[in-house]
Design a protein around this ligand. Structure first.
Ligand code: 3IX
Length: 212
């Protein structure tokens, strides 16, 4: 069955200054049999751009104008750094990002980090701590990494920071996320492929080339 342990943990948040990230409330526990990530040869070197996995993706697709169009570079080890502009159409409360958009960004970034260890994944479980309001017009940076794997399961985590625009402070973590992704094969999208509503741009990745 599942090996994510759902448990009550100590209350852990940013301190009063908002400058010191102590750690957030979480139900997330990594399994004991976690294996260190083994990076696949296709994953670009640190500092290189990491192309979108699918041009129509709401998270990273450059043929998806309604999406958040995140861009990525590879970080150290099994990690990526993604950025996007918090456009006004992503508003939730007055002047701040909608929580679901932040969730999208974490999902996308953690999924992209999984490309360091696998060709294709889908999200099985994602949990988020919303630590600080994120103003519209800011630039959000998500650093995401693979913490380890167990068979097809890829355990990931991520942190968000405002790096430009209103509220910018690279020392303040404004949100965190943990997620479990499952490695899939090409049969996963077989039944829904006919729903694709446009012709995607030329393949940007091996995964896209194999019709994901
Ligand atoms: C729709 C967008 C897709 C985008 C990705 C497309 C292609 C990817 C290409 C490249 C990837 C690159 C970048 C990706 C970037 C962004 C990613 C965005 C991703 C998404 O936005 S994607 C949309 C939301 N996502 C879904 O649409 C998934 C719906 N869902 C399912 O399709 C199944 O649910 C599935 C496949 C998840 C599992 O099904 P399954 O049959 O393959 O696996 P099975 O049940 O056998 O479980 C095997 C082991 O996982 C454990 N396990 C399973 N589920 C668990 C859970 N929830 N919690 C804890 N543990 C869980 C079991 O306990 C067992 O553990 P153990 O091995 O220890 O026994």
């Amino acid at each position: 069955m599942v090996d994510i342990t759902f448990c009550r943990s100590e209350d852990r948040r940013l301190d009063r200054t908002g400058l010191h990230y102590r750690s957030m409330s979480s139900t997330w526990t990594l399994p004991d049999d976690l294996q260190a990530p083994t990076i696949v040869p296709e994953f670009p070197a640190s500092g290189e751009p990491l192309p979108r996995h699918w041009s129509l993706c709401f998270g990273c697709g450059d043929d998806q104008p309604s999406g958040i169009q995140m861009t990525f570079v590879v970080g150290d080890g099994a990690s990526v750094v993604g950025r996007f502009e918090v456009a006004r159409r992503y508003q939730g409360g007055p002047g701040v990002i909608h929580g679901g958009i932040l969730g999208t960004a974490f999902d996308e970034a953690q999924g992209m980090a999984c490309r360091s260890v696998a060709l294709a994944v889908v999200t099985a479980h994602l949990e988020i701590d919303f630590a600080r309001p994120i103003p519209l017009d800011s630039t959000l940076e998500i650093t995401a990494k693979v913490d380890g794997t167990v068979r097809r399961k890829v355990y990931t985590s991520a942190e968000a920071r405002i790096v430009a625009g209103p509220g910018a402070d690279p020392d303040v973590v404004v949100g965190t996320s943990r997620g479990l992704f499952l490695v899939i094969d090409q049969t996963h999208f077989e039944k829904v492929k006919s729903m694709v509503d446009a012709v995607p741009a030329a393949a940007g990745t091996a995964a896209e080339a194999s019709s994901f």
